[in-house]
Design a protein around this ligand. Structure first.
Ligand code: PLP
Length: 393
């Protein structure tokens, strides 16, 4: 049975071009980029080529790109890197973030809170959006960092980060203070253009993850705008301009660079993105039309083109997930699975869904390799599975 992979927000397949680019760096080209000899120089130049490719994707300067081990590290480095110095000096500091962040931001914020940072967690609207005026109202003269994700991993809702960042900078200027803005763009990369000098000119730090943009797991980026002082998480060598100690993951970085080049090309080709949106929309509208009492979460918001999150009333999404898996469809419950217990999604709860509604919601996320035939088959399998599960109740 050919499996249908509809869980690209969990991880994307690695594109063949990306595998081809990284392969030599496991075999013949293996020097340490810090070594002075030619083997080292070859890997150094591959790392710097990848850095330039990421900078092209983000329209930033290569020196502003810091390679990390993934989205989680990038988020932790951003929050801790900005706020730890205030804990060290004893100066009071306030962080604003949101209730819909990935746990990489939420738990990093909670950890800082336990250590003495004041934190405000902004609630979303029913449509899963963070209202810029709510962020503005939460700003304080001692706010030091605002962290709002660009696209939500569960609903796909695109947050008005450009507008939020502008309001933050206006407030900071008015109060003659400095407030930095971070955005977790892990689920936006390769789906939306990210224009750092344009729409996001007031964003100071931005996280990416390789395995959400067709590179392997365990690779990531933190964009750090020129002039931003960041306390490192790791202590060791002077790698990444003192911002991230540790010998570089050369094959992973090369892969991320190649994936960034492919993302740049596909964003330039508007038809790629609109094909993805067409497939997602067909999947969503047909499921809503054929299955009674089905509702799309956050569907009235602007969303990334590959994600739909659908609530099937009366269904336990975990049972649906298992039923679909047995029939060859990989989907997601969109919830944290901790110590074996499935919790209802904190994102959907924050949007005002009841725990039962949240538990009946399924996330389907397409990749650029998803085909129309796969969507056709999913549209046969999913309604039948929902009907069967309902009939068992
Ligand atoms: C929005 C968001 N941020 C951060 C992460 C963590 O990234 P990584 O898996 O690379 O650590 C994820 C992964 O699901 C995510 O969706």
């Amino acid at each position: 049975m050919q499996r249908i992979y509809l869980d690209a927000n969990a991880t994307t397949p690695v594109l063949p071009e990306v595998v081809d680019a990284m392969r030599p760096f496991w075999t013949e080209t293996f020097g340490n980029p810090s070594s002075a000899h030619q083997s080292g120089q070859r890997t150094r130049s591959a790392v710097e080529h990848a850095r330039a490719s990421v900078a092209t994707l983000l329209h930033c300067v290569a020196k502003e790109v810091v390679f990390t081990s993934g989205g989680t590290e990038s988020d932790n480095l951003a929050l801790s890197g900005i706020l730890q110095p205030f804990l060290d000096s004893g100066e009071s500091a306030h962080l604003i973030t949101t209730q819909i962040e990935h746990h990489a931001v939420l738990y990093a914020a909670e950890s800082l809170e336990r250590r003495g940072i004041e934190v405000t967690y902004i609630a979303p609207t029913r449509e899963g959006l963070i209202d810029p005026t709510t962020v503005e109202a939460a700003l304080k003269p001692h706010t030091k960092l605002v962290s709002v994700m660009l696209a939500n991993n569960e609903t796909g809702a695109i947050q008005p980060v450009g507008k939020i960042a502008r309001l933050v900078k206006e407030f900071a200027e008015h109060h003659a203070t400095k407030i930095l803005v971070h955005t977790d763009a892990v689920q936006a990369a390769a789906k939306l253009p990210i224009d750092l000098p344009g729409e996001f000119k007031n964003v100071d730090l931005l996280s990416l993850s390789g395995h959400k943009m067709y590179a392997p797991q365990g690779t990531g980026v933190l964009f750090v705008r020129k002039g931003v002082q960041l306390a490192p998480l790791f202590h060791g060598g002077p790698h990444e301009r003192q911002r991230r100690a540790g010998t570089e993951n050369v094959p992973g970085i090369v892969a991320l660079g190649r994936a960034a080049e492919l993302a740049t090309q596909s964003l330039e080709d508007a038809s790629r993105i609109s094909n993805l949106a067409t497939l997602r929309d067909r999947l969503e509208t047909t499921l809503l039309a054929t299955i009674p009492n089905a509702h799309a979460n956050a569907a009235n918001s602007l969303r990334v083109p590959n994600t739909t999150n659908i609530r099937f009333d009366g269904i336990d999404a975990e049972s649906l997930l298992i039923a679909l898996d047995m029939q060859g469809i990989a989907a997601s419950f969109g919830a944290a699975c901790q110590s074996g217990a499935t919790e209802p999604s904190h994102v959907l709860l924050a949007m005002g869904l009841t725990p039962t509604e949240a538990r009946s919601s399924l996330r389907l996320s397409l990749s650029r390799l998803t085909t129309a035939e796969e969507i056709d088959r999913a549209l046969e399998i999913i309604p039948a599975a929902v009907t069967r599960l309902r009939s068992l109740q």
